[in-house]
Design a protein. Structure first.
Length: 502
């Protein structure tokens, strides 16, 4: 393996300056010294490359192949010399490589100096070994603690829905609830602990991407028993009989030994009461390395994007400055929710709008909205929700800041308890030019009656009319999100198209 370091050190030890001048007066000692130093540098470069190969390899076989390649490169000069001696590179090189050479014995250095040199060389060997071991220990420790992994990631789930998710309440009772996986979109940060040598990513709040205080967050971790990365929540189970172990997954990757979550393919298996291999799961590291990572809308400063002025915002400066006032098709005006001059209210990293004036009286009566209610337009992970909070109009700013930090579309049952209208799925930064749908009365009985009528009438020529009526009430069930893809929804004349005003 490595022979350049011991050879270089041996030459420096055994050939003193006086002996070299006595045997070869025309040879300058500094040239000999420089040649020995170059040998040492080559040896240390080889050890450095070997060290990097060991710490970066994922499999033992990778280390074997890489070290073998390094050894081959280091021996290229010896191989070339041997080939030149057998006339592979031409007659001139053959003559040069087969010239007679001689061996010379140099006088040994004095015992005292030789002893000091010997101690120095032994100490240098020990320092080489100690340096390699210290480097390996440091890298191994950092790997175990997850220091080389991304500290913060943005996670986006697909539009998958589980109609009967098993949720454990605070009292320990298991209840069924509709789970829209995009409710768990947002920022996840690396926790202080690891599992199976890999980091654990913990869900952050939807206001300022800080930690939840009372809301229990979801987690993304590696599960050795599944040999896969999994998404899980300790209070959501596959069935009422299952236990809340750490691998009680809701989504999982295909089998992998990958240590870096960002390198795991995005085609995950999702649990929706049954296994569905068509789930999607995407991640992006929130650490920037260059201006491109900030979409050219800001500067990368110490791994974070500092967005340009007030024109852009977001982890990657990907969102344009929000409009301060927007107007709906019926004339209702909405204003941007502002905490202070430097901060706006956000939900899932997008701005929150508060109702100001102009709501149609018929709509207000139909939705049972009064002047004491807080009406807000907020993002829920994949859709915009128009929410009504009864009697909350005059709450303080401190109340809404605390509420925003703990708000979660799933745990606050945003759709079933608060929402009065919803948008189509969207990735836009604002609700402008997004279609909205009003939610009517909720319940299963109305749907079953209309479904029966629809089935009876469907054979007649008037089926299209009843299909239109049915589709409108179909949108009104407690499982509204399950029916967003119903083909006649676009025909409803209750879309809430936003227009830009300021």
């Amino acid at each position: 393996m490595e022979e350049e370091i011991p050879t270089g050190l041996y030459l420096l030890r055994m050939i003193p300056k006086q002996s070299l001048h006595r045997k070869f007066p025309k040879i300058k000692f500094y040239r000999f010294f420089l040649a020995a130093i170059v040998r040492l540098l080559m040896g240390y470069l080889f050890l450095t490359n070997t060290f990097l190969v060991v710490v970066q390899a994922e499999e033992v076989l990778d280390i074997f192949y890489d070290v073998l390649a390094l050894q081959f490169l280091q021996q290229l000069d010896d191989i070339s010399f041997a080939l030149a001696k057998i006339d592979v590179f031409g007659k001139h090189l053959k003559i040069a490589s087969t010239r007679k050479y001689f061996r010379v014995e140099f006088n040994r250095v004095p015992f005292g100096l030789r002893k000091m040199t010997s101690l120095f060389l032994k100490g240098l060997y020990f320092l080489n070994l100690a340096g390699m071991l210290a480097g390996l220990i440091m890298v191994t420790t950092n790997q175990v603690t997850g220091r080389y992994h991304c500290d913060s990631i943005t996670v986006a789930f697909g539009d998958d829905i589980w109609d009967d998710a098993m949720v454990v309440t605070d009292s320990g009772e298991v209840k069924s609830q509709v789970l829209l996986f995009s409710y768990f979109n947002g920022v996840y940060r690396r926790g202080k602990t690891t599992q199976d040598g890999r980091p654990v990513y913990i869900e952050q709040n939807k206001f300022d991407s800080g930690p939840f205080q009372s809301t229990i967050p979801a987690e993304i971790r590696y599960c050795a028993s599944e040999r896969a990365w999994v998404f899980s929540h300790r209070n959501i189970r596959k069935s009422a009989k299952s236990t809340g172990d750490s691998c009680q997954w809701l989504l999982k990757s295909h089998e992998t030994t990958e240590f870096n979550l960002l390198q795991v393919p995005s085609d995950w298996i999702v649990w929706k009461g049954t296994l569905d291999p068509r789930g999607t799961f995407s991640t992006m590291c929130n650490r920037c390395n260059e201006e491109t990572d900030c979409n050219y809308h800001g500067q990368c400063v110490e791994g974070s994007c500092a967005c340009d002025g007030e024109e852009w915002f977001g982890v990657r400066c990907q969102h344009k400055k929000p409009c301060k006032r927007i107007v709906g098709r019926e004339g209702a005006q909405w204003i941007l929710g502002i905490v202070d001059e430097n901060t706006i209210y956000r939900s899932y990293d997008l701005p929150l709008y508060v109702y100001d004036s102009g709501l149609n009286s018929t709509t207000a009566i139909r939705q049972n909205v009064t002047s004491e209610d807080m009406i807000a337009l907020m993002f829920s992970g994949s859709r915009w929700f128009g929410t009504v909070q009864k009697g909350k109009k005059n709450e303080t700013n401190e109340y809404w800041i605390e509420y925003s930090r703990e708000f979660h579309s799933f745990w606050d049952r945003a759709y079933s308890e608060l929402t009065r209208f919803v948008s189509d799925p969207t990735t836009k930064s604002s609700p402008i030019a997004v279609d909205f749908y009003e939610i009517g009365e909720r319940g299963y009985q109305v749907i079953m009656i209309l479904k029966t009528i629809f089935e009876i009438i469907s054979a007649s020529n008037r089926s299209n009319l009843f299909a239109h009526v049915f589709s409108r009430f179909h949108l009104s069930t407690v499982h509204l999100v399950s029916f967003f893809h119903y083909p006649t929804l676009k025909d409803l004349d209750i879309s809430f198209a936003m227009i830009h005003t300021t």
